[in-house]
Design a protein around this ligand. Structure first.
Ligand code: NAP
Length: 268
């Protein structure tokens, strides 16, 4: 039996580190602002060549300029992750113009808060399309290329509402629960092809999506009381877990949902 251990030191930084992403191409959907923009910056900081995505070109160009100023190599690909033809075309374009996609972050998402009895079917479908079907579409398009190469890492962005629910969040909670199952289903079929598929599940993070909740003193007080960390999370606090899951350091981690939530889902 061969020795499975490492006798040499395990470098945590530098080109020999398993966390290093130098030269890897990373597509981050929904990265013109908020969590996606921060995760793109984190991957870029670990050395990745980042491709930003969103629908609004003006916000994308602004995010690109900010990341370039931060020293990241950045490309942009404006497309709607819910449109199958646009996804296929964009992924082929990135592969041809930027390079083989090594890392995919399925981060794009929306929230439509409303009481269950008032949610109409269009809103329900809109959330499922943006949060779940999008990850299937982009994941499938990218994984087809990764499968040919026998390598790749995919990280889906779930939520504490992957495993819990709150009033007013039915479509969102369904979409994020489905995304965890998509993560496992992708792992089952893509793992044997050399592709790692995992998810992060952020707690409550201050972004444009949560701005109405941050501004609501009653809700904010509930967050600080409900979260062992005693506060809202920041977008940069998701970078470490994401770089880990996107890197060779997570080479034997597959099909997992990693909660980055200040402890919220660990306690009642
Ligand atoms: P955000 O600030 O609203 O940003 C959403 C991003 O997704 C934007 O770049 C937006 O750009 C893009 N996007 C939305 N629909 C798209 C589409 N159809 N095609 C392409 N891009 C699209 O939201 P966030 O708070 O950063 O959330 C990002 C992800 O984290 C979401 O999946 C969300 O569910 C998840 N999450 C957030 C929290 C939180 O507390 N904030 C917690 C857990 C999980 P355009 O509008 O220009 O397309």
């Amino acid at each position: 039996m061969s020795d499975a251990g490492r006798s040499d030191p395990y470098p945590m930084t530098g080109a020999d580190s398993p966390f290093d992403l130098t030269g890897r191409v990373a597509l981050v959907t929904g990265s013109s602002r908020g969590i996606g923009r921060s995760l793109a910056e984190g991957l870029g900081g670990a050395g990745a060549i980042v491709v930003l995505n969103g629908r609004d070109e003006v916000s994308l160009v602004r995010a690109r300029d900010e990341l370039v100023d931060a020293g990241v190599t950045v490309h942009v690909a404006a497309f709607d992750v819910t449109r199958p033809e646009a996804v296929t075309e964009a992924v082929a374009g990135i592969e041809a113009d930027v390079g083989p996609i090594d890392v995919l972050l399925n981060n794009a998402g929306i929230q439509r808060r409303a009481p269950l009895l008032d949610v109409d079917l269009d809103a329900f479908r809109e959330v499922l399309d943006a949060n779940l079907t999008s990850a299937f579409l982009v994941g499938q398009a990218v994984a087809r290329h990764m499968a040919d190469r026998g390598r790749g890492r995919i990280v889906n962005v779930c939520s504490v509402l992957t495993s819990l629910a709150r009033p007013g969040t039915a479509p969102y909670a369904v979409s994020k629960g489905g995304l965890a199952q998509l993560t496992r289903a992708m792992c089952a079929e893509l793992g044997p092809l050399g592709i790692g598929v995992n998810a992060i599940a952020p707690g409550y993070i201050v972004t444009e999506m949560t701005a109405p909740l941050v501004d609501d003193p009653e809700f904010s007080a509930w967050i600080t009381n409900r979260t062992p960390a005693g506060r809202w999370g920041r977008v940069d606090e998701l970078q470490g877990a994401t770089v880990f899951l996107a890197s060779d350091a997570a080479g034997f981690v597959n099909g997992q949902v990693l909660y980055v939530d200040g402890g919220m889902t660990a306690v009642l």
